[in-house]
Ligand binder design. Structure first.
Ligand SMILES: Nc1ncnc2c1ncn2[C@@H]1O[C@H](COP(=O)(O)OP(=O)(O)OP(=O)(O)O)[C@@H](O)[C@H]1O
Length: 619
C-alpha cells in the first residue's frame, strides 16, 4: 500500500522562512543612497546617472529574457526607442502639458505592447527555434531605425528630434524619479524571478520540451514575458526622452541593442543586479572616458567583454556572489536554502473512476519519416487500471509510438483518443490537459533547479504557482510521494538536479509526471539507471498506481523480467506493426513472438519463460 510520506525530519526546513526581508533590506539601502546622492554628487554626474538608470532598466529586461529564460534578444532597444519617440513626437507635434505627457506615456506602453505581441508571435510560435527568435530580434531594431530614417520631418530622420518642451523638473527630482523607479523595478523583478512562477522561466531555459509535457505552453509564457519587458523598456525610453529632450534613431538601433547585451554579459546574466550595475558602471565610465579616449575606450570595453566571456562566462556578478559564503546565511539571502514541507494532495478518489471507458484508444495510427514507414496500422485500446507493456526489438517503433500518443502533431495518420478526447493535431501541452503524462527515455528534468522546484513546476497545471513568493509547502499525490520516498529523494528536495545521479533524475522525472495527476501515463524505460532495490520499489508503485488508483500505464521497457512481473497485458511491436497483444503468458508461449526476437542478442524468450515460471512458482 502506498503510504503518505512522513513529514517528520522536514520540520526544520518547513520553518525556514522564504521572507522577502533580504530584498526589502537591499531596496531600502538603495533608496537611501538615491535620496542622498544629489546632495553629494556634481551636476554632470547626476545627469549621467539619470541616463544610466534608464539604460539599466532596459538591461534588466534583457537579463530576464536572456539570463533567466534563455531568449537572446537584440531587440529591446526597439522598445526603448518606441517609448522615447512617443514622448519626442507628442511633445514636438502636439506641445507639452500634463495631459500630453500622459498621452505620450499611454502611446509608449500601448505601442510597445502591440509590437511585442506581434514580434513575440513571430518569434515563439509553435516550432520556432531559439536562433529564429534571435534573428527576429535583430531585424526589429533595424526595421525600427529605417522607419525613423524615412519619417522625414515628422520623426526628424537621422537627426532625430530636439528642442521640444520637456517635463519641467529639477535635476534632483529627475534623479529621484529615475533612481526610485529603477530600485522598484529591480526589486519587483527579483521577487518575480525568485517566486514559484518565476522558476518556470528557468524551466523553459533548461528544458522547454519537458515544460510542454507538463502542460505549460512555453510560447505563451515567452510572449507574455516579452510584452511585459517591452512595456518596461518603453517606459524607460519615455523617461529618457522626457528628461534629456533629445531622441535619435540610434536609441532604437541594433548597435544599442548589442551594447545592452554587453552590459548584461559583463555584469552577469541571470543575476539582475549584475546587469543593472554593469549598465550604470559602463555608461558612467564611458561618459568620462569616451571624450578623451574615444577609440581606446570602446576597445577596452570590447576587450573586457571578450575576456569575461572566456574567463567568466557567467559575468562578474556571480564571482561577487560567491563571496556570499563568507556572510552569515541570513545576510546571504539564500533563497534556495530551505526545502518545502511535503504534503499529500487530496487527489482523485479511486472508486470514482469509470474503469469501463477506454483511457487510451488508438485506431490505424501510422508514422512515416519521409519514405520510411516507422509505424503502420496500430490499434490499441487500454482501460483505466491496466498496465500495458510495449515490447519489441530495438528500432521497432516503441518510442515513436509514445511520441504519437502524447503529441497530436507527431503521427502521420490515424486517430488517438485520450479519455475519449480526440487529440487531433493538438500540441503536447494541450494533450496533457486530457490527462496524459509522459516520462521520457532519458532523464528529463530541469538541471539548474532543485528537486522541490522541479516538482513545483510539475504541479503548475494543477496548482497555479505564486507570482510573488515561494510557498513553504508542496502538495503532491500520494503515489508521487511514494516514488520520492522509495528513492530517498524526499531527503534531497533542496539539491540541484545536476548534482543528482542518473537514477535519481529518472525517479524525479517519474515523480514529476505523477505530480500532474495524470489518468494515463506513458513511461519510456522508467527504471533505467535505478538499482535493483529501487527498481523493485518502482515496480510495486506502478502496480499500485494501476490497481488501486485506476491509472492506465503504458510502459516501454527492455528489462523483460520487470515487464513480466508487473504487466497486465503485453503488446509486441516489430518493424512498426503490432505482431501480438495478450497476457504475459500468451506472449511468452507465442512462437511468433519468439521468432520476432530470434537473432536478437537479448535472450528474450528465455527471459519471458523464466519470469513466468518464477511467477507460477510464487503463486
Ligand atoms: N526523427 C527521425 N527521423 C528518421 N527516422 C527516425 C526518427 N526517429 C526514429 N526514427 C526511426 O524510427 C525507427 C523506430 O525508432 P524508435 O526509437 O521509435 O524505436 P524503439 O523501438 O523505441 O527503439 P529502442 O528500443 O532502441 O529505443 C528506427 O528505425 C529509427 O531509426
Amino acid at each position: 500500500m502506498i503510504n503518505s510520506i512522513s513529514t517528520s525530519g522536514l520540520t526544520r526546513q518547513a520553518r525556514a522562512s522564504r521572507s522577502l526581508l533580504p530584498v526589502a533590506g537591499v531596496s531600502i539601502a538603495a533608496l537611501v543612497l538615491v535620496a542622498v546622492m544629489p546632495s553629494v554628487l556634481d551636476t554632470y554626474l547626476l545627469n549621467i546617472l539619470i541616463r544610466a538608470f534608464c539604460f539599466a532598466m532596459v538591461a534588466l529586461t534583457v537579463d530576464i529574457l536572456w539570463g533567466y529564460t534563455g531568449v537572446l534578444t537584440f531587440g529591446q532597444s526597439a522598445f526603448f526607442g518606441i517609448g522615447a519617440y512617443a514622448a519626442g513626437l507628442v511633445f514636438t507635434h502636439m506641445g507639452f502639458s500634463p495631459a500630453h505627457a500622459w498621452l505620450a506615456l499611454g502611446i509608449a506602453v500601448a505601442g510597445a505592447a502591440a509590437v511585442a505581441v506581434l514580434v513575440g508571435w513571430l518569434s515563439f510560435y509553435q516550432g520556432a527555434t531559439p536562433l529564429y527568435a534571435s534573428v527576429i530580434s535583430l531585424v526589429l531594431p533595424i526595421v525600427m531605425t529605417q522607419l525613423l530614417f524615412s519619417g522625414g520631418t515628422f520623426t526628424g530622420s537621422s537627426s532625430g528630434l530636439t528642442g521640444y518642451t520637456m517635463i519641467d523638473l529639477s535635476l534632483e527630482a529627475w534623479f529621484w524619479i529615475a533612481g526610485v523607479t529603477l530600485v522598484l523595478v529591480t526589486a519587483a523583478a527579483w521577487v518575480f524571478v525568485h517566486s514559484d512562477a518565476g522558476k518556470i522561466l528557468i524551466g523553459i531555459r533548461d528544458n522547454e520540451s519537458r515544460c510542454e509535457y507538463l502542460g505549460i505552453n512555453p510560447s505563451l509564457v515567452k510572449i507574455g514575458l516579452l510584452v511585459v519587458t517591452a512595456v518596461v523598456a518603453s517606459v524607460a525610453g519615455f523617461g529618457y526622452a522626457s528628461f534629456s529632450g533629445v531622441v535619435a534613431p540610434e536609441l532604437s538601433g541594433f548597435v544599442f541593442g548589442t551594447e545592452i547585451i554587453i552590459w548584461v554579459a559583463l555584469g552577469g546574466r541571470g543575476t539582475l543586479i549584475g546587469p543593472v550595475l554593469g549598465a550604470i558602471f559602463i555608461e558612467t565610465t564611458s561618459a568620462y572616458l569616451s571624450g578623451s579616449l574615444p577609440f581606446l575606450w570602446k576597445l577596452l570595453v570590447g576587450v573586457g567583454f571578450v575576456l569575461v566571456i572566456i574567463l567568466l562566462p557567467q559575468g562578474l556578478m556571480p564571482l561577487a556572489l560567491r563571496l556570499r559564503r563568507f556572510l552569515p546565511r541570513r545576510l546571504a539571502g539564500g533563497v534556495n536554502a530551505a526545502a518545502p514541507t511535503l504534503l499529500e494532495a487530496p487527489g482523485q478518489k479511486p472508486h470514482s473512476i469509470d474503469r469501463s471507458t477506454p483511457a487510451m484508444r488508438l485506431e490505424h495510427v501510422a508514422k512515416n519519416f519521409g519514405s520510411l514507414k516507422v509505424l503502420e496500422g496500430i490499434d490499441i485500446v487500454a482501460y483505466p487500471g491496466e498496465l500495458v507493456s510495449l515490447v519489441g526489438p530495438n528500432g521497432a517503433g516503441k518510442t515513436t509510438l509514445m511520441r504519437c500518443m502524447s503529441d497530436g502533431a507527431e503521427r502521420t495518420s490515424g486517430t488517438i483518443r485520450i479519455n475519449e478526447h480526440d487529440i487531433r493535431r493538438l500540441p503536447a501541452y494541450r494533450c496533457v490537459g486530457f490527462g496524459i503524462g509522459r516520462k521520457f527515455q532519458t532523464a528529463n528534468v530541469f538541471e539548474s533547479l532543485t528537486v522541490a522546484e522541479c516538482l513545483r513546476i510539475a504541479r503548475a497545471k494543477v496548482e497555479r504557482p505564486s507570482l510573488l513568493r515561494q510557498k513553504n509547502t508542496l502538495s503532491l499525490p500520494s503515489y508521487a510521494l511514494a516514488v520520492l520516498r522509495a528513492t530517498e529523494l524526499d531527503r534531497k528536495l533542496d539539491q540541484v538536479c545536476r548534482n543528482l545521479s542518473h537514477g535519481e533524475q529518472q525517479a524525479l522525472e517519474l515523480a514529476m509526471v505523477l505530480a500532474l495527476e495524470p489518468r494515463v501515463i506513458l513511461l519510456d524505460e522508467p527504471t533505467a539507471g535505478l538499482t535493483k532495490a529501487e527498481r523493485t520499489k518502482i515496480g510495486h508503485i506502478l502496480i499500485e498506481l494501476s490497481r488501486d488508483y485506476g491509472l492506465c500505464c503504458l510502459l516501454v521497457e527492455h528489462d523483460l523480467d520487470f515487464v513480466c512481473e508487473i504487466s497486465s497485458r503485453v503488446v509486441v511491436l516489430h518493424q512498426g506493426k503490432i505482431v501480438m497483444q495478450g497476457t504475459v503468458k500468451e506472449v511468452v508461449e507465442s512462437e511468433l513472438v519468439q521468432s520476432v526476437y530470434a537473432g536478437n542478442a537479448t535472450p528474450v524468450s528465455q527471459a519471458l519463460q523464466q519470469a513466468t515460471a518464477s511467477k507460477g512458482a510464487t503463486a
